[in-house]
Design a protein around this ligand. Sequence first.
Ligand code: NAD
Length: 432
Amino acid sequence: MDLGTRDVKPRLAPEHEWESPMFDLAQQQFLRAAQIMDLDENIRDRLLYPQRSLMVSFPCRRDEYSQVETVFGYRVQHILTMGPTKGGIRYHEDVDLGEVAALAMWMTWKCALMHLPYGGAKGGVRINPNELSRPELQRLTRRFTMEIVGMIGPDKDIPAPDMGTNAQVMAWIMDTYSQQVGYPVPEVVTGKPIVLGGAVGREEATGRGLIYLVEEAAKHQKLDPADATAVVQGFGNVGRNAAIYLAELGTRIIGVSDASTGIYNPHGINLSNAIKYVEQNGVLKGFNGGEEITNEELLLLKCDILAPCALQNQITEQNAEHINCKILAEGANGPTTLEADEILTKRGVFLLPDILGNAGGVTVSYFEWVQNTQEFAWTLDETNARLREMLVSAFNRTLMRSERNDVNMRMAALIEGIGRVAEAKLLRGIFP
Ligand code: NAD
């Protein structure tokens, strides 16, 4: 179906204020879904921009005492209708307001699609965390937490890890927030270390969830994962775990990559050797378990399952014609452009879109928050069983919507999520 919405421009804010390729992608996806749904114009305009955006600049003292850097940070809450807002904090040198706003919008649709009681949020700090020492990272995290402290809280907005942040960073945020209020508040963040109230299974939940969904997609495509090959881009939290759980299904992992290089081995990459190598050397470059290739070449490898688990804007008009997989399982947020989507759909690639594919992370984050507020911890088996049940149910809702509306899985997932938020907005009405 050709909806020709590429030219629909946001009408409400001066364009330059929100100029960003990633926010443009999030808005255009939303507008296309809104058009298919025939969404009320007033509600459409309310959902097109975040409700709250905070941009801060603050000093970060380096270990060399006289050196002080000004750093930029962001926290964006897209929709406050559904409950507290929820979303990760990203540390990356390219982060800007548009990127964080796009990620916050996707979080809204993701939480709604998964039936979680949250609106979407996201945060970011524009630095390269790999260039900071541990004390520098801690000082930066604590100061950034103070800059956004009025915006976050267990009933307001609950951060979690994203690219460049991890359980240790969450521990520092939790500690800083708790120091401010005067008592421990573990439920202010999720993705914490277990000893501080983190949920068992949270760290690997995004990768594990993606593979639960790949199992469903494979059934639908009549593909046996034990006979399949896979390529995974990104070897961080999401990519590494996705590769591990795929390998557990018997899938042959023929390509992996990180920011430093890609590795190709048609006979299958020995994952535990690759993981050990990265633990010792920090990056995949130099790993001798396969042939070195570029990330661009990696994406074009012939395989059954391609899982982009690194960063946005990887599958575009330029390479979509040459992508050679049956299932595209998106672990990363925003890896595929709208133009590429159309090409892939025409070519019959089955899509597990990001807001469904990587929803395992926020789902187990929700479990963590629930366990913290009830002060009662679940077992790993309980966590994984509930995760699978919720993801399979969201997969089935999305698949049914895709068949009913004759749209691809991305549009179907968006329609499911947007529909729920629109209904809630109508029911709450307008204040005053
Ligand atoms: P991470 O920081 O743990 O790992 C990122 C990986 O991507 C690293 O291996 C890095 O080397 C690689 N990478 C960076 N730039 C690259 C490039 N140009 N080419 C190839 N590889 C590159 O981050 P993560 O938590 O695994 O997040 C990855 C993606 O998954 C992001 O889009 C994030 O928003 C999304 N995501 C993460 C979670 C989570 O729970 N961590 C949840 C939902 C979505």
